[in-house]
Design a protein around this ligand. Structure first.
Ligand code: FES
Length: 124
């Protein structure tokens, strides 16, 4: 998955919180055609570190958040997919428990004075 170098700026989330943003995604099909999708990403702050992930569970592809913008487990130590309750480490995206076959899909970030730049588009 690659971004195309186009960025949007979002506000820096508070510690233990996340902000969502729209993500234009292009998927190449086996016949060479391309499909445009509107997806979502989220930027989180955990232990003072920022990470951005695609809001797409690697298990069955659903968004992780059941309530929009709520990604953290009750104890605040992991990210939870509310569909089948897979758990992910917030900073590495690693699958900690549940049916996830791999970790989360990472997105690039750039920390700016006015906020955090995240990708506008990705190629899946
Ligand atoms: S879709 Fe996320 S755990 Fe199944």
């Amino acid at each position: 998955m690659n971004d195309d170098g186009n960025w949007q700026v979002v506000e820096r989330p508070a510690e233990g919180d996340a902000v969502c943003f729209d993500l234009q995604a292009t998927m190449s099909l086996s016949d060479g055609a391309e499909v445009e999708l509107v997806e979502q990403g989220f930027l989180l702050c955990f232990q003072g570190e920022l990470r951005a992930w695609r809001n797409h569970c690697p298990h069955a592809g659903s968004p992780l958040d059941w309530v929009p913008g709520q990604f953290f487990s009750d104890d605040g130590e992991s990210l939870v997919c509310h569909t089948h309750h897979a758990l992910f480490q917030p900073l590495s995206g690693e699958c900690l428990a549940g049916p996830c076959p791999r970790g989360l899909y990472s997105l690039s970030i750039q920390v700016l004075e006015e906020g955090v730049a995240v990708p506008l588009r990705v190629h899946l």
